[in-house]
Design a protein. Structure first.
Length: 324
């Protein structure tokens, strides 16, 4: 019942935000623009969506190794695509991460290594994204002059990076209080593994892959803008889209729908660009995500995993997830 209520709440948030976003633009114009998109650029967007997943699979594999387990590259890629599928369609609070945890644990890595690796993978991705947002602030401010929007950008960037630093601090050896409770003990263990990752050669590889993933996502967004004939260049996409991607990671809607569109419209509006362009770019990106998710669904079916395992996957993952 709790999972159902959570899903319904996220669905309501998505619908409400999409409704509010669509009210800001001329829907007839948006429909015409979507009907005239450049199919070559659309193909670039769909193909480009696969690149961050390829890089993400390798990053996760590096983290899994630090957590004391092994995962071949082909398996990491398969699990990542399946996770993308479930992140788009699974009515649960854990989504694609639950799928990755369950698949890795089912493959023999164990629940602890599986959960820690996915948690650290998420922290690594968000940390690098927040760092990029902060580094790009001077150039973003050259586009966005509204003081409220500027304050929001600073809060989002430094807030996300600060949360990551707090996570790293949980594993400090002098914080004995973290060992008292089951949840905090597991979080401390994950934090210590993160420190081990940072001090290893794998840490540099994970950081590099994380930067490449974010730049790949920006390139996909730029391709979506080109497909829609939007009047925006690559650097503008870089400075405006990174904060939008960071905001969309907040798990308050279904696969980021609604949150991403609202943030993109506001970003384009504050930069003096057409709000309809922001909406169209976001919609094309979301559709491409669904398309790549469908590939993950095909891999899921072809892998021989049965649909009867989905409920067990959710139940087992939530039962063993230290962050639940």
């Amino acid at each position: 019942m709790r999972r159902l209520l959570s899903f319904l709440l996220k669905a309501a948030v998505s619908v409400l935000l999409l409704y509010l976003s669509l009210r800001r633009v001329d829907l007839a114009s948006v429909g015409q623009r979507l009907g005239g998109i450049d199919l070559r650029w659309t193909a670039f967007v769909v193909a480009g969506m696969c690149i961050p997943l390829l890089l993400g699979a390798q990053r996760w594999r590096e983290i899994v190794a630090v957590c004391g387990a092994k995962m071949p590259s082909a398996r990491a890629l398969r699990y990542t695509f399946i996770g993308q599928f479930f992140s788009q369609v699974l009515p649960s609070t854990v989504g694609g991460d639950a799928a990755r945890i369950w698949l890795l644990a089912r493959g023999g890595a164990g629940w602890a290594a599986s959960i820690y690796s996915v948690l650290i993978d998420r922290v690594a991705g968000v940390s690098v994204l927040a760092l990029l947002v902060i580094v790009c602030l001077p150039w973003t401010f050259s586009l966005v002059h509204d003081p409220v929007a500027r304050a929001a950008l600073v809060t989002i960037g430094f807030g996300a990076l600060g949360a990551a630093l707090v996570f790293l601090a949980l594993g400090h050896q002098h914080l004995r209080v973290m060992e008292r409770w089951w949840l905090t003990r597991h979080l401390a263990n994950a934090s210590r593994l993160s420190w081990r990752l940072c001090r290893s050669a794998a840490g540099a590889r994970v950081a590099l892959l994380s930067f490449m993933i974010q730049f790949g996502t920006v390139a996909v967004m730029w391709g979506a803008a080109m497909a829609a004939h939007a009047t925006i260049d690559l650097l503008q996409v870089l400075f405006l889209v990174l904060p939008v991607i960071l905001i969309a990671t907040v798990p308050v809607s279904i696969a980021g729908w609604g949150v991403r569109e609202s943030a993109m419209i506001l970003a384009f509006s504050y930069a003096g660009l057409a709000e309809s362009d922001g909406l169209i770019v976001s919609i094309l990106y979301g559709i491409a995500s669904l398309g790549v998710g469908a590939i993950g669904g095909i891999i899921w079916i072809a892998s021989g995993y049965r649909w009867r395992s989905v409920k067990k996957m959710e139940a087992d993952t939530q039962a063993h997830d230290p962050s639940a």
